[in-house]
Ligand binder design. Structure first.
Ligand SMILES: Nc1nc2c(ncn2[C@@H]2O[C@H](COP(=O)(O)OP(=O)(O)OP(=O)(O)O)[C@@H](O)[C@H]2O)c(=O)[nH]1
Ligand SMILES: [Mg+2]
Length: 582
């Protein structure tokens, strides 16, 4: 084994003979079951007293001294431990830190932070008495998840000569204990094991809702969510977003639970992501990346794949501007997927070229779609578009209405590409009905841009069916998020029918009340027998509208909301389409 034999830390200003004696510490070896020998403690203490600086030793499990560190009078800074990276699983670092304290103080907060963040086997502070005699030794180690929420245990200080516990056995016992608390984890399960993190000033309920949605997203992406953690903050730490303290708790929690990924609910800039990941040695992604990843998994058609890749590349570009050596960590999304994996060598120029080419290819596809769209318009069939938050049952409704087999799944973003079907009303009246990609609040901008063309097709719709999952605890927020997106798409004037779906999952009276309150129609997309009132309302909207004027679609708008108004047949465009098929 090649040892790095140099003084780490604040070696400047030491006298040559001190330097030499400190370097000579590398030749000491400690029996593997001892924390430190009294002889070594004495030398360390003497040298520390003479130089008026803390001295630290990082000792491996074989009792070899791997790093000798010189600190200041009050603290010591741990170097980059490149040779001792943390692996996956319930492992401590394989190094213990024994260092001197010149004022006889017990382990400080900084010491315990190092213990936690660096996952040392043990940490010890050796008291330096007058004339450089060693005094007591203060020891602490991490402990597995406990009901009291403590992260470490501080042992009673004893004079260093009496510190006779079996160090090897203690560390082994600890690792066994950690392995036991992580037992729920199946080592053969290839999924990422994540802790979800939220830091914002939002009220608790909002944070909880947001984390629940993030959990759904993570589940959709195929991530095993082990735990959630949140911090209410009014000011964000520029480097770590959350406070350093909290990050330490997070790091310990990750260790205790055996997590290998943090998913932040807040958008992180590249340097924040790197700082957090460097400090905790755990991969870090944010909600945007998670959604991008889901879209990447979901894209099946050529067009869908192009759009998602374009969004991923656009997302990647600014990440590359920040100087970064660990590109793989930045670009590897869930399970190392994402554009980064096979393109470690990508540089900015290549990404720009790719963005340019993807843009061109999509433009061509869009042109083709434009032609199809015009043809459809010439056919002059009314168009009904199904919109709504993701997973509310849009595709199920399309299937139910048109006896189709569009892909349906209880996961988010099952549908990425629009599907179009023909729906026949009585009296031989046909309409075109389309299913669209689900909406979500705060859709990442790059995805929004990529899907903009698809969403713009909604402008052709004569009627929007806004499907709402009435059984969802946050259906009102979802409804509002969708209506905001419709406004952003400049569709606020489109006739909209609110369709309260999954009525089978709640009490009939509640369903009726909600439909009345918000002005909509309750259905169960799984059961076409519930469709009659919906079909009737659609028919009325499409074919039997009053001759003139503006007609409110929702009888009782939400409080503070202006209400959605439907244009009547007076609208020349709609008039043309509808009249042709009456
Ligand atoms: N109980 C119940 N479940 C429903 C109903 N409608 C849909 N679902 C279920 O809800 C889940 C989502 O349905 P989808 O039709 O894929 O939803 P979507 O809105 O198209 O979702 P995305 O395309 O992912 O945005 C599926 O598991 C459906 O079986 C309903 O009326 N009642
Ligand atoms: Mg769908």
């Amino acid at each position: 084994m090649v040892k790095i034999q140099k003084i780490f830390g604040e070696g400047l200003g030491l006298k040559p003979h001190q330097n030499k004696r400190i370097l000579a510490l590398y030749h000491r070896r400690i029996p593997p079951d001892r924390v430190i020998t009294p002889e070594l403690a004495r030398t360390l203490s003497e040298l520390s007293w003479e130089t008026k600086r803390q001295l630290g030793l990082l000792i491996d499990r074989g009792g070899n001294i791997r790093y000798v560190i010189v600190g200041g009078p009050l603290g010591i800074w741990i170097p980059d431990l490149a040779d001792f990276r943390l692996g996956k699983g319930p492992r401590l670092r394989g190094l213990r830190l024994i260092h001197t304290h010149l004022r006889g103080e017990p382990l400080t907060h900084d010491d315990l932070t190092d213990l936690a963040l660096l996952r040392f086997d043990l940490i010890g502070a050796l008291e330096v008495l007058d004339a450089g005699m060693p005094g007591k030794i203060f020891l602490a180690h991490l402990i597995p998840l406990s009901p009291k929420g403590e992260n470490w245990r501080c042992l009673d200080p004893v004079p260093v000569g009496q510190a006779d516990m079996n160090c090897r056995e203690l560390i082994q016992a600890l690792e066994n204990e950690f392995a036991r608390t992580q037992k729920g984890i199946d080592a053969r399960d290839p999924r990422d094991r994540a802790i979800l993190v939220h830091a914002s000033s939002a009220p608790r309920g909002v944070i909880e809702d947001s984390l629940n949605e993030l959990a759904d997203l993570a589940d959709t992406a195929g991530v095993n969510v082990l735990d959630k953690m949140s911090q209410r903050r009014h000011q964000f730490h520029p480097r770590f977003l959350m406070g350093r303290e909290k990050l330490m708790d997070l790091s310990i929690l990750a260790f205790q639970r055996g997590a290998d990924l943090f998913i932040f609910d807040q958008e992180l800039n590249p340097s924040q992501r790197r700082s957090i990941s460097d400090l905790t040695e755990i991969r870090v992604i944010d909600r945007t990346q998670l959604i991008l990843d889901i879209f990447a998994q979901r894209a099946h058609t050529r067009e869908g794949k192009l759009k998602v890749e374009l969004a991923q590349m656009k997302y990647l570009l600014p990440q590359l501007t920040a100087r970064d050596s660990g590109l793989s960590r930045l670009t590897g999304g869930i399970g190392g997927r994402g554009p980064g994996e096979t393109k470690l060598e990508i540089d900015r120029r290549k990404v720009r070229d790719r963005i340019h080419r993807l843009g061109k290819e999509l433009e061509n596809l869009n042109r083709g779609r434009e032609v199809r769209r015009q043809r459809r318009n010439e056919n002059a069939l009314p168009i009904v578009s199904i919109v709504g938050y993701t997973n509310v049952g849009k595709s199920t409704l399309l299937n139910g209405l048109t006896h189709s087999q569009v892909y349906v799944e209880n996961k988010l973003f099952a549908t990425l590409d629009p599907t179009t079907r023909r729906l026949r009303f009585p009296r031989e009246r046909d309409v075109i009905i389309t299913d669209t990609v689900g909406f979500i609040r705060d859709l990442p901008k790059d995805l929004w841009d990529a899907f903009r063309a698809t969403l713009d097709e909604l402008k052709d719709a004569d009627l929007l069916l806004h499907v709402i999952d009435i059984s969802h605890p946050r259906f009102e927020e979802q409804m509002q998020a969708v209506e905001k997106i419709l406004t952003d798409l400049d569709l606020q004037k489109k006739p909209v029918l609110r369709v309260f779906n999954k009525a089978d999952r709640i009490e009939p009276e509640t369903a009726a009340r909600v439909s009345r309150t918000f002005g909509g129609i309750g259905i169960s997309a799984l059961n076409p027998q519930t469709f009659s009132p919906l079909l009737q309302a659609m028919e009325e909207r499409l074919f039997l509208k009053p001759a003139y004027g503006l007609e409110p679609i929702h009888p009782a708008p939400l409080e503070g909301e202006e209400g959605l108004w439907a244009e009547s047949e007076e609208s020349p465009e709609q008039g043309r389409k509808v009249v042709a098929h009456l």
